[in-house]
Design a protein around this ligand. Sequence first.
Ligand SMILES: Cc1ncc(COP(=O)(O)O)c(C=O)c1O
Length: 412
Amino acid sequence: MNGVERYERSRSLFERAAKVIPGGIYGSKAPGFLVPGAYPYYIESTKGCRMRDADGNEYIDYLCGYGSQIVGYGNERVDGPALERASRGDLLDQPAPVMVDLAERLVASVEGSSWAVFMKNGTDSTTLAYSLARVRTEKPMAIMAAGAYHGAANWCGANPFAALASDREGVLSFRYNDLGGLERLFAENRGRIACLFLTPYHHPTFKPQELPDPALYETARRLCDAEGALLVMDDIRGNFRLHSRGSHVRFGAKPDLWCMGKALANGYPISALLGAEGTRATANSFFITGTYWMSAVPMVAAMATMDEMERLGGVPRLESLGLLLKEGLESAGRESGFGARISGPPAIPFLTFDEDPDLYLNQRFGAAMARRGVFLHPHHNWFISLAHGEDDIAETVSRAREAFAAMRAGRE
Ligand SMILES: Cc1ncc(COP(=O)(O)O)c(C=O)c1O
């Protein structure tokens, strides 16, 4: 079945959308960011790690709502308490008691943190971290790794979206893991650096993922301390998947601020900014608010997600599923003569092909897998959830074996 027949309803919805929604679908879900015509544009329903698109095609999903699903779509142990809370009210005049429970629980579990505030999107959290660092240090600049994504706001100068040059004046960037380059940037801008933003490891879009140099975090801490700057750990993509006490623990980092989001409440809208004791006074002085930032349902869902993660085996289980997928896909690729490699931590994998700088093979592979009922992104890392099982991974690898063979034979 070709893409036109397979995605007929998706296409007709998209044609309607294009008339009333800028771009039809925006952000990383836009057809141009996937492969136009090769993927469904609209999803109708989900359960566990499976989903059904608007035309009734079924998939094993490796995007997990862009990382937000960690214990599986429609998880009853999360949705049950969340729906119960909704029946008594979500957005109230004052916070619900669960806000205190959640802040205490996060502070107890994220090593080094002493306070937490809640908001909706990751960008809310990184933007607040940036403001807080500038007020705390009375310095203007942030440093980020080139290609790192810290949100869809113009101030995050390292991201590739359109902005006026003046919007980006507050951000400097260095090549990830170039410790000498980072030292130089601090030295050249002495007295002007408010903070250094780092993701626990580097996950640039369109490129293989990179783990931190063993000396990165020690260097980062030393440079921040000498400058009086804050080290911000943007753990929005990694939180709950890399270490139960915060991804920084896995890599030996000692941040001052932590940005969390995505998996925090298994898809319910909530993000968080956490801080070390030394930042408390500045946070106390801030007017922190958003109309929906204290809604109770996502907070209940966050508490339930943490319980459910523990029950289902947490980070070690995600890691072992990820390793199984990595080994299976790489060996299926080799069987058809492809140097297909998974980079990054196994629970947040991304596949690229050797000698494929323009990602043409990635796009062919992504399209071939979508046609076979596996939803992977050709340009953005993937996510594993605790709803994936060994059988789902085995099915994925067997579809990949077919896809690689078809690509090798020039059929796809
Ligand atoms: C590392 C990182 N920071 C920040 C963000 C922004 O989060 P949001 O899209 O919820 O605003 C993302 C989203 O992908 C992210 O991966």
